[in-house]
Ligand binder design. Structure first.
Ligand code: ADP
Ligand code: MG
Length: 365
């Protein structure tokens, strides 16, 4: 299991009283689905993990039979793999890289998936004032090398890379479903949004197969559909630094994404630099910081978590308040972690003492 996955400690807890009674009556493993007073086939919980997009994806779903579960897993994971082939910046043959090869030329007609992700990328770039910007890839590359070599990016290279950055250089043609990258040498990095889109799509594929209750975890970013049968929501542990109090959310039909530098960072001259870069300055984000955002679309949660990581903690909170966004920022202040939450995030916290006690007991074991 990946450290991210382990940290996210997916827990579906018997949450509503009704759920608890049902589960006790049925011996814990099964939950009865009732339709207009008539019992239908009981739904069982199934779980499967596969490696995709450089991380582990785990799907938990409720299905009437093992056969139904197996074919649902197959279809959902196949969609994630398909999206990796489209959105990956590592794979030279990805549709994204084929588009980048056309930078500086005319518009290119792209797949619906790539168009949707780029459209949302530009929207989030606009509302975040360029804190999220998928054209940042040339700069991200220099910082990736800086992490490996443990020294600052070369200033001349950084200057040249910064000239290629700017979401206004992406032109979208919705009627033709075409995209133009205006400047030669431009590169797009969907690492801050693509995984979120894959989570949305996996949930969508499962819904189209009649799977109502599902959870999809992509390396700690999680999308959920309807709660497990008889329960009020999925209880999700938000990834947090080990020294902080665990945070549990009660979620249904939504997603939570976390951006942070827990694993990928470099310390230069005593300052810790994250793998997230401020596209406006070309400098990597400083200091340990972890931002979680809840949004009905995982793609948007993913992008906004990256954007808010670029803002300082106070600005991130102000942005979340202004947009009525559920966000949590964990940042180091005076050698300790401070946890800041927007009111919309606060409302999603699990407050059931009984559930919290149960969670504590299960993690102590
Ligand atoms: P994680 O990869 O840990 O889930 P994120 O979702 O925040 O974290 O994505 C970070 C990735 O996004 C980076 O590895 C990089 O590829 C890309 N990126 C870095 N900074 C930005 C930015 N300001 N805007 C858009 N994408 C970024
Ligand atoms: Mg992100």
């Amino acid at each position: 299991m990946s450290p991210l996955l382990e940290r996210s400690r997916l827990c579906t807890v018997r949450w509503a009283l009704l759920g608890i009674c049902l589960l006790v009556a049925l011996g814990g493993g099964l939950a009865e689905a009732v339709e207009r007073g008539r019992a239908v086939r009981p739904l069982k919980r199934y779980q499967q993990t596969e490696s995709h997009m450089g991380t582990y994806f785990t799907i938990i779903l409720y299905a009437p039979s093992e056969e139904a579960a197996r074919s649902a897993f197959r279809a959902a994971f196949a969609r994630v793999a398909e999206l990796d082939r489209i959105l990956s910046d590592y794979n030279p043959d990805s549709e994204l890289n084929r588009l980048c090869a056309q930078a500086g030329r005319g518009p290119v007609v792209v797949s619906e998936h790539l168009y949707r992700v780029l459209e949302e990328s530009v929207r989030v770039a606009r509302i975040s004032g360029g804190a999220f910007d998928v054209t940042v890839r040339p700069v991200v590359r220099l910082w990736r090398r800086a992490r490996r070599q443990k020294r600052f990016p070369d200033p001349n290279r950084l200057r040249a890379a910064r000239k290629l950055v700017g979401y206004d250089k992406i032109v979208l043609y919705p009627e033709k479903r075409a995209v133009q990258l205006r400047q030669p040498g431009m590169q797009i990095d969907l690492g801050g949004i693509g995984k979120g889109y894959a989570l949305d799509q996996a949930i969508e594929v499962l819904k189209n197969r009649g799977i109502e209750s599902a959870l999809v975890d992509g390396g700690g970013d999680i999308a959920v559909s309807a709660p497990p049968p008889g329960r009020a929501g999925w209880i999700i542990a938000v990834p947090m630094p080990a020294s902080t109090e665990p945070t549990y959310l009660v979620l249904a039909h939504t997603a939570v994404a976390t951006s942070g530098d827990a694993e990928r960072f470099v310390v230069l001259n005593g300052v810790r630099y994250s793998h997230i870069v401020d596209p406006r300055t070309g400098i990597a984000v400083k200091g340990p910081r972890q931002v979680s955002v809840v949004h009905s679309r995982a793609m948007t949660a993913d992008a906004l978590a990256t954007a808010l990581s670029v803002f300082g903690p106070q600005d991130a909170l102000a942005f979340a308040r202004k947009h009525d966004l559920a966000a949590q920022v964990v940042a180091e202040q005076d050698g300790r972690y401070a946890v800041l939450r927007s009111p919309a995030f606060d409302r999603l916290l699990c407050r059931s003492r009984r559930v919290l006690q149960r969670l504590q007991r299960s993690t102590e074991r």
